[in-house]
Design a protein around this ligand. Sequence first.
Ligand code: IMP
Length: 430
Amino acid sequence: MACVIIVGTQWGDEGKGKIVDLLTERADAVVRYQGGNNAGHTVMFGEKTFILHLLPSGILRKTTSILGNGVVIDLAEMIKEIDELAQMDIAVEDHLHISDRAQLVMPWHKTFDRLSEEQKGKNKIGTTGRGIGPAYEDKVRRSGMRVGDLLEPELFKARLEEIVEEKNKLLELYYKSDEPSFSAEEIFSEFTAYLKILKPYIRDTPLLVNQMIEEGKNILFEGAQGTFLDVDHGTYPFVTSSNTLAGGACTGTGIGPTRINKVLGIVKAYTTRVGSGPFPTELLDNDGELLQSEGHEFGATTGRPRRCGWFDALLVRQAVRLNGITSMAVMKLDVLDKFDTLKIAVSYRLSNGEHTENLPRSLENVTPVLEEMPGWKCKSAGITEYDQLPREMLAYLERISELVGAKVSIISTGPKREETIVLNPDQFWL
Ligand code: IMP
């Protein structure tokens, strides 16, 4: 048995969906522990491409799929996702379990996400607009509503009325919005309809996950977003509102830290970021455009173009520490096929002229010191044998591994399942 956490080491979109799908082959359950439908996990399955926003990627292989208590759930969106899968002949019955303690994304969360971004103007975070921040705010303020509340309609209704009154005041007096106010009655009937569909899936998931661990099962914990979007350790305030780090898997599912055996860090061979916030190795030139076009770097959730830049070893080294990463999967190496030269940030020059190899608290005024390496200038896309990888790519991988302090266990050379080199398949599951 083993508990393996999959975590993004940059700003999300590293390719976690593909690796979760790959490791799911030998997993008994896949569990999401934070975030909501701000995530977009792209998985290619046969000739089909799926983009999952809320459901764990394991659902595609009909593996037990659990949404842990740390996730915030937009029920309407989840039902939509379940329906879309059903149209592709992927039924979720018998596989899906939703935590009764997970927080609900309510209609006002989406409205306030939008209004708050509008109010911030040029300082906006560039959120996905899915209501994630306001939902977590309410969780911590203790004015959130949980999936399990739906099971007690009278209590749910009473709380809803109380909260709606407050939210309407916020809408009118704080945001000075002329949008229609929220109606507790309408929301109650909307959520009652959702409950009818989702009731069979709701359960005590901390109990379920712990029982599976006691039975010696293999469990995969699927992180969403990436290390530097973590609300504590990311580029605050340009972050999401949850703990995206591996540590979040414990609180977000109700298991103890002693249960975790491995943490697999997913690393993109270069760097991307969606939304606002500092990005030291960002490229605003032809190289950046080439990364964007070769890597199809557009957000899976919002379709926004992703900002692109060179690999930043300071970021990933910090991610290795923060997550306790035991090995890495390096993704999208084939995107670099056309580059003559590749660059890696190995240190930063700070505004006071000093240099650092450790990630500073603020990345706003740092200049990356770049090391150059020769590109491989040949088609690596689709290579499945380690021996056939170009010499320059192996040197690039070796340098990354040395700089960040973690070994490479998976190399990905394309979006398909087969386009992957797993260096030692037995190392993940004990
Ligand atoms: P929020 O999570 O919608 O509040 O957005 C906060 C920040 O996190 C924004 O910069 C988003 O672009 C970013 N973000 C949220 N989810 C993802 C993701 O799945 N991939 C990449 N960036 C994300």
